[in-house]
Design a protein around this ligand. Structure first.
Ligand code: FAD
Ligand code: EPU
Length: 341
């Protein structure tokens, strides 16, 4: 085991968050393997304020971080068990999520191709149960391994214990800020099967038989849609959708439709409806509306962008204007998806 970790002080987080915010960490360390993670867990560092950092693609940093930022960059993808039906893949938490997707696509392990190009690490993927185009990590997650930052014990949580829900998990509720995920296990299918119910996918592939579609076709098409619709954070800082899509009852939806006939909604399996927050925000006039260095992206109002030089506080203030306007016009509360630190 390492006897010490390299600590950087007053370290810029500019390249570690996709809003491109120029904040600093009082202390910063890299955790590159199991030994370094275990050393960190047993160390005095745990008495300080801690921020576990992956790719920084779902964070809004309001201030300099006056504690220790632990950046996970442990790498490794292993195939543990293979049967005719499926395969278990174990990944170190610091693996880039999209590299895991590419590994699975190359090996024809079906299940996460719809989640191509989501930024960030696999260790963070269960935190908000990442999802896109009709698939969530919940559909393939077996378990996570990690450490409770209070008891310092190693724990394995099964998918059920992770309490994954729409953009939520136990790591955003009961275990918020007190669990470090070090490894993630996924179960992928070796049998060819796709999730093509999402409208754009259905329009593209719906008329073909499964034999006429490849896993590469699906992941490439997802990448194409995403690249057309979402801003490149290296150019326009952002953290993807800023808010969750709000859920309403059938009765609430009927009431809203009386005044707003063309409101965009999607039925959920729970019998409720999700409203497209992007539509609500656009209707309030925020799409492309710039205040200082902040705006909603001109092609996707749910994505707040930093045109350069904005502070976390300015972005938060802008988001609060949106919340106020949507509440005023529709009576709907928008909840941030992004982790505000
Ligand atoms: P970070 O931003 O580093 O951290 C996010 C949270 O997880 C923080 O609270 C952090 O403390 C915690 N955390 C990180 N790693 C660990 C760990 N190993 N153990 C414990 N806690 C940890 N999300 C979607 O769901 N679907 C999308 O389609 C999508 N599209 C996006 C598009 C763009 C352009 C961008 C910028 C973001 C998008 N996101 C999307 C959001 C984001 O990519 C995901 O939430 C991603 O999982 C965040 O990973 P990260 O490593 O960057 O996490
Ligand atoms: N819409 C508008 N105006 C806009 C944006 C959207 O009217 O400016 C309406 C359109 O009718 C559109 C509908 O909203 O058809 C849905 O938009 P989109 O398909 O872009 O999806 P979304 O609901 O805005 C969600 C996720 C994304 C995920 C996509 C694809 C949330 C909060 N966001 O966005 O996830 O990639 O679906 O599945 O659930 C993220 O979480 O960061 C993220 C990007």
């Amino acid at each position: 085991m390492n006897s010490e970790l390299l600590i950087k002080e007053d370290y810029s987080l500019r390249d570690y968050n996709t809003f491109n915010l120029d904040t600093t960490a009082k202390k910063f360390i890299e955790l590159k393997d199991d030994d370094e993670i275990e050393y960190f867990i047993q160390s005095e560092f745990l008495k300080e304020g801690i921020l576990i950092l992956g790719g920084g693609s779902n964070l809004l940093l309001l201030n300099d971080f006056n504690g220790i930022v632990a950046h996970l960059s442990n790498k490794g993808i292993r195939v543990l068990n293979e049967s005719v039906e499926d395969v278990i893949v174990e990944c170190e938490a610091g693996e880039i999520w999209d590299d895991v997707v590419s590994f699975c696509v190359e090996n024809k392990f079906y299940g996460i191709e719809n989640l191509a190009l989501i930024p960030g690490t696999i260790g963070a993927a269960p935190i908000q149960n990442i999802g896109a185009y009709g698939v969530e990590i919940k559909d393939v997650l077996v378990s996570v391994e990690g450490f409770d930052l209070i008891s310092r014990e190693k724990r394995v949580l099964t998918v059920a214990e992770c309490e994954l829900d729409y953009r939520s998990s136990i790591f955003k509720t009961t275990l918020k800020g007190r669990f470090l995920i070090s490894k993630v296990k996924l179960r992928l299918s070796r049998k060819k099967k796709f999730h093509l119910n999402y409208r754009a996918l259905n329009e593209k592939f719906g008329k073909r038989s499964v034999d006429q579609i490849s896993i590469e076709d699906v992941s490439s098409y997802i990448k194409k849609i995403r690249t057309e619709k979402l801003p490149d954070y290296k150019i326009l800082g952002n953290a993807g959708s800023f808010f969750k899509n709000p859920e309403v009852s059938p009765e609430q939806l009927a009431e809203l439709k009386k005044e707003h006939h063309d409101i965009v909604s999607f039925a959920t399996t729970a019998g409720t409806y999700k409203l497209a927050a992007g539509w609500l925000i656009e209707e309030c006039g925020f799409k492309g509306k710039r205040i200082g260095n902040v705006s909603c992206y001109e092609k996707q109002a749910l994505v707040i962008v930093n045109h350069g030089g904005a502070t976390g506080k300015e972005i938060k203030e802008y988001s609060e204007r949106i919340q106020g306007a949507v509440k005023n016009k529709f009576g709907i509360n928008l909840t941030p998806e992004v982790n505000i630190i």
